[in-house]
Design a binder for this molecule. Structure first.
Ligand SMILES: [Zn+2]
Ligand SMILES: [Zn+2]
Ligand SMILES: [Zn+2]
Length: 794
């Protein structure tokens, strides 16, 4: 036991000495001062310091005090900390001389060796800082960059590890004596708060015209507010990039923003002062409210409230609104003015380009859009969009993992070798893995253009440095045409690294399996937009018998041509035409029902007939497009999945599940119709649904009911296919994944229906079900293939 070397016999009996190692997100989040305060409160002696794996502590004191300390250590961590592991070791002898005399100390960092704690995520302004911001007597009253160890920017201002001020964009602002004193005082909330600053020493904010010339003001933020109230479009520099902002209650201002951005349909996110203001424009559930209040402050997709006063053009044609709360002091200052109620806050970019971060870059790219700029001189070093979350089927789901979540690791239930997975093509997110964690990049957007690929490279460099991960393998999607695939091949060749290709929907299912620690075989429902299949066709309505390292295709939606390839994704009328022709409608009927003119119909028909630029697809997303084109007359889309989102949206008030009345596709089981199932999998045949849909339309049934019946029928069809798979295999665990799982109605119908049939159902939680989650699944598959993990674990 302890204290063998001590001369005092009495003390030896009562004092324990322990070494404690804490792992997780414990650096740069005020963990050491927290331990320091805890030790003082419990009357313990010893020390605490950062080491390469987290925080290392030694404490000495009476048994009950030591126990109380250990209990509180896990129960009361600072707000931004995340404890993954606490290891306690008994110590025989005390290593610091006369600890009782010197009390408890915070000792200098040990920065040698391998660093696994990385950089914390950016966190919203904490209540203490907010109070100071709004207190006229505080020295930081209305200072737009105040922060402390419990809040502030982290990931976005850090160039490289270790996370220390010289490695951040705060390096150029030497602290004034008062800030330095706070920074050095372990009892202060700003002890080692790397971005600590004040009016005297920190960054400043100013107003500039589209020409970049500073506009003289006495108070730049107040001037910005005046302009917003007057209906102007402001570019406002934030934490992870610029936002474009207008008054969301001003119809003309919102329309002008859309005209200048040339984007008419894509919903715009809005920011409000607080939860109460959010409730005035949205109907919020308790889960949605708590999601909005997390320190990541994601945009939450919630039900729009009628009469909330939001301009029609903010989110046209859908019943949801992306709403979020201020997370930077500058944003809180905008809402401190009573006149400001709801602001559009949309990522400042042109179409799908990465968000602008640099002052000059912003002027260059947004000069034609914004009337003026609210600039500041704290450099943003890592681009990071706002995260997007939703409550789907009663549970929180992260649809876009970015600010506030990156670069926190997502746990794995097995060890992964150091590797890189490059993700997909649209909504790209790559992932680096090591050990029990996968570090996903921020949402990078579409890799279609050079800027997208530059963003990919710049973010990869940064995360590789941050986590000191040197990949030993590179994982990519099976699609040979993806830019990410081509890039992966070149990068791996340069480094002589092994390459692993993973089928798109296998990655979706494996990602959800890995999130839940599932081993063995599951039935995977991968319901998606598009992904390249092993037969070279475009998959997306798949029932897979999936293990982590391999899969078998059990059933899929019937193949239909995509006339024009990618053009069919942007123009749903093409999919409607293709579906109707496949279902046996003649050219004239298919044309008139899908809204194609005579010439369009002729061209499309020829493409499909000759198989020229008309790849076959089994995508559920494309089926949604086809139905929306006919039922809602949605000929073209302005943003990804718009048609499907509108079809889901219109059915929102149809609470009846419509069991038995949906348009149920036919299931052609393997073997029952040999010519239809060349690869041995069953076909879920949608052709038969069309006549029923058209009959309902003709009879004057409401479009919302038709949309609801479509959701019910398609879920029933998939549930039948899953039940069929169980009959053949005895497997009862079902994993739901793919972009369509963001559809709340579909997710709920499938989960409820499957549970009624006695299945155990698993859905994504911290990884996106869409292509943003792909890289996590790619890591899971590649690790299993390399380790033959399934074999080992079964
Ligand atoms: Zn704070
Ligand atoms: Zn200062
Ligand atoms: Zn996908």
């Amino acid at each position: 036991m302890t204290g063998q070397s001590k001369p005092n016999r009495e003390r030896r009996e009562v004092l324990l000495r322990k070494q404690i190692v804490v792992r997780g997100v414990v650096q740069g989040v005020g963990f050491r001062p927290f331990v320091y305060r805890l030790a003082l409160e419990e009357g313990l002696t010893g020390f605490v310091g950062n080491d390469t794996d987290g925080v290392s502590i030694e404490i000495e004191g009476p048994e009950e005090r030591v126990e109380a300390f250990l209990q509180r250590l896990s129960a009361e961590p600072p707000p931004l900390a995340r404890i993954d592991l606490v290891e306690v070791h008994e110590l025989g002898a005390c290593e610091i001389a006369a600890t009782n005399a010197t009390g408890f100390q915070i000792i200098a960092s040990d920065a040698k060796g391998h660093v696994s704690t990385g950089i914390p995520a950016d966190a919203a302004t904490c209540p203490d800082c907010l109070r100071e911001l709004l207190d006229p007597n505080d020295r930081r009253y209305r200072y737009p960059f105040l922060n402390c160890t419990n809040c502030g920017p982290r990931f976005t201002i850090t160039r490289q590890i270790p996370y220390d001020r010289p490695q951040t964009s705060m390096a150029k602002f030497p602290m004034c004596p008062e800030c330095q004193r706070e920074y050095d005082d372990p009892a202060n909330r700003r002890f080692h708060a790397q971005p600590n600053a004040c009016w005297v020493c920190g960054p400043r904010v100013w107003l500039a015209g589209p020409d970049g010339v500073e506009i003289a003001t006495t108070d730049a933020v107040a001037a910005c507010i005046d302009r917003l109230i007057a209906g102007q479009i402001m570019a406002i520099k934030g934490i992870g990039g610029f936002h474009l902002s207008v008054d969301a209650t001003n119809e003309a201002a919102v329309m002008r923003l859309r005209e200048r951005k040339h984007r008419y349909g894509k919903p715009l996110a809005v920011m409000v002062r607080d939860l109460e203001a959010a409730r005035a424009i949205c109907v919020l559930t308790a889960e949605e409210e708590s999601m909005m209040m997390t320190s990541a402050r994601p945009i939450v997709l919630a039900r729009k409230r009628d009469g909330g006063g939001i301009a029609e053009f903010v989110a046209p044609g859908i019943p949801w609104l992306g709403v979020f709360l201020p997370y930077a002091p500058l944003q809180h200052m905008l809402f401190a003015d009573e006149r400001v109620r709801v602001l559009v806050m949309t990522s400042a970019n042109l179409s799908e380009e990465p968000i602008a971060i640099d002052n000059d870059e912003a002027l260059r790219r947004l000069g034609e859009i914004a009337d003026a700029f609210l600039m500041h001189d704290r450099e943003i070093l890592q681009r990071c969009d706002d995260s997007v979350a939703a409550v789907v089927d009663g549970a929180p789901q992260l649809l876009r993992r970015a600010r506030g979540f990156v670069p926190l690791g997502v746990p794995l239930h097995f060890d992964a070798p150091p590797m890189l997975a490059v993700g997909g093509h649209m909504k790209n997110v790559f992932a680096l893995a090591r050990g029990r964690f996968v570090y996903q990049s921020q949402h990078l957007g579409d890799l279609e253009n050079v800027t997208g690929l530059d963003f990919f490279r710049e973010s990869l460099d940064h995360l590789m440095r941050t986590f000191e991960i040197e990949p030993q393998a590179v994982v990519h999607d099976l699609h040979p045409g993806y830019l990410s695939t081509q890039w992966a091949k070149e990068w791996a060749a340069e480094r002589k690294l092994p390459l692993i290709a993973v089928q798109h929907h296998h990655a979706h299912i494996a990602g959800c399996m890995a999130e839940h620690g599932l081993m063995g075989t599951v039935i995977g429902l991968a319901l998606d937009g598009t992904g390249y299949g092993t037969d070279g066709k475009i998959w997306g309505g798949e029932v897979l018998l999936s293990r982590l390292d391999s899969f078998e295709r059990f059933a899929h939606l019937e193949y239909v041509p995509m006339p024009g390839g990618d053009a069919a994704i942007k123009e749903p009328w093409r999919m409607a035409f293709a579906h109707l022709r496949t279902a046996g409608f003649d050219v004239e009927s298919a044309a008139s029902l899908s809204g194609a003119n005579e010439q369009e119909a002729r061209v499309l028909d020829r493409m499909m007939e000759r198989g020229v630029n008309a790849p076959l697809t089994s995508s559920l997303g494309r089926l949604f497009d086809a139905v929306a084109a006919i039922v809602l007359n949605r000929r073209v889309v302005d943003y990804e999945a718009q048609a499907a989102i509108e079809l889901e949206g219109i059915a929102i008030d149809e609470t009846d599940r419509l069991s038995g009345t949906g348009y149920v596709p036919e299931l052609w089981a393997s073997g029952s119709c040999a010519d239809a199932v060349p690869d041995g999998s069953s076909i879920i045949r949608t052709s038969s649904m069309w006549q029923a849909i058209l009959n309902d339309l003709k009879s004057g049934m409401s479009t919302k009911r038709i949309a609801a019946r479509f959701h019910s029928g398609i879920s029933e069809g998939f549930i039948w296919a899953v039940a069929n798979a169980r009959e053949k295999t005895g497997i009862t665990r079902v994993v739901l994944s793919g972009g369509c799982m963001a559809n709340r109605r579909l997710a709920q119908l499938l989960r409820e229906g499957l549970e009624e049939e006695g299945f155990e159902v698993f859905q994504h939680r911290s990884v996106s079900p869409g292509d943003g989650g792909l890289s996590y699944g790619q890591i899971a598959v590649a690790t299993a293939m390399l380790n033959k993990l399934d074999g080992k674990m079964n």
